[in-house]
Ligand binder design. Structure first.
Ligand SMILES: Nc1nc2c(ncn2[C@@H]2O[C@H](COP(=O)(O)OP(=O)(O)O)[C@@H](O)[C@H]2O)c(=O)[nH]1
Ligand SMILES: [Mg+2]
Length: 298
């Protein structure tokens, strides 16, 4: 029997827990059972009580205090501890049947998604071990990043790094769309949803007047000053190369999410379902065939 799940990832504050709650709410409305796993050892408040909470195994505050670690080192320690105690996840998840959508709500420390092999090992255990969960990654990035292009591209690179590292079906989501509604024109937004590598380049055409930053750079000959570094030709070349890299892979595009909008949540869930092939695995059921278990949300 297969199981089905989604790994909700992304930087701190991107809206992962809010999206997880919206998914649970949507599943309840559509009478679909789901199972909520909190893997953020620092998360305190939940709209829905987790079925599994990593804090019952280990908490970030205890680790930071007892091991004298900071929040990033502490988080890595928590995940290393989880990997040594995988029964904590395996035993309860073993009971979850194929009707359920298992939602893993992840922490936001970027280290987890970029250069340590902890997450790939965890994913391998969940997907390829005895649990055999069909999983998809949902990587959230805040839509407000589109007003700060370097920030947006940095976020896009971290999404890409997670994609390459995890080797699992992956969708990218631009969250908190309500915050930019009416402030960013549709055609400008399109260049972010399907990132345009030229976005990072200087938008001015030759012959345009120099802007304030460039004028400052010209007046200040210090090669190490921020303006000179940011406005320099090599920095522009680097930006161009980053844009080109994202374009060459042509793997990164974003879906829009407005958690307040039931339709938007439902649309994202359809993409997740396609990626994990949820519907193909469901037996045709009688309309009143309720799921007969007492776990999770149904
Ligand atoms: N306006 C707006 N705020 C949001 C949205 N999603 C999350 N937030 C807020 O962003 C903050 C971080 O959200 P949270 O879900 O805890 O982020 P996480 O750290 O990625 O789990 C909270 O204050 C949320 O209320 C959204 O869609 N719109
Ligand atoms: Mg959270």
């Amino acid at each position: 029997m297969s199981k089905f799940g989604v790994l909700v990832m992304g930087p701190a504050g991107a809206g992962k827990s809010t999206f997880s709650s919206a998914l649970i709410q949507h599943c309840q409305t559509t009478k679909r059972p789901c199972y909520y796993v909190n893997l953020d050892p620092a998360a305190e408040d939940f709209d829905f009580e987790p079925d599994i909470d990593i804090k019952d195994l280990i908490t970030l505050s205890d680790v930071m205090e007892e091991m004298s670690l900071g929040p990033n080192g502490g988080l890595i320690y928590c995940f290393e501890f989880l990997l040594e105690n995988l029964d904590f996840l395996t035993e309860p998840l073993d009971q979850v049947t194929d009707e359920y959508l298992i939602i893993f709500d992840m922490p936001g420390q970027i280290e987890l998604y970029t250069h340590v092999p902890i997450l790939p090992n965890l994913v391998k255990h969940l997907m390829r071990g005895s649990l055999n969960i069909n999983m998809c990654a949902a990587y959230l990035l805040e839509s407000t990043f589109v007003v700060d292009k370097p920030k947006f591209f940095a976020g896009t690179l971290s999404a890409m790094s997670a994609m390459l590292m995890l080797e699992m079906p992956h969708i990218n989501i631009l969250s908190k769309m309500d915050l930019i509604k009416g402030t960013v024109a549709r055609k400008d937004l399109k260049r972010f949803l399907d990132p345009d590598p030229r976005l990072l380049e200087d938008p001015r055409k030759p012959g345009d007047e120099e802007d304030e930053e460039e004028a400052r750079a010209r007046r200040d000959p210090d090669p190490a000053s921020k303006e000179n570094v940011m406005g320099g030709e090599s920095f522009k070349r680097l930006n161009r190369a980053v844009g080109q890299l994202i374009d060459d892979f042509s793997m990164v595009s974003f879906l829009e999410l407005d958690v307040q909008d039931e339709e938007s949540v439902g649309a994202i869930l359809s993409y997740i379902d396609d990626a994990i092939q949820y519907h193909e695995a469901q037996e045709p059921k009688e309309p009143n065939d309720a799921v007969d278990t007492d776990i999770g949300y149904d």
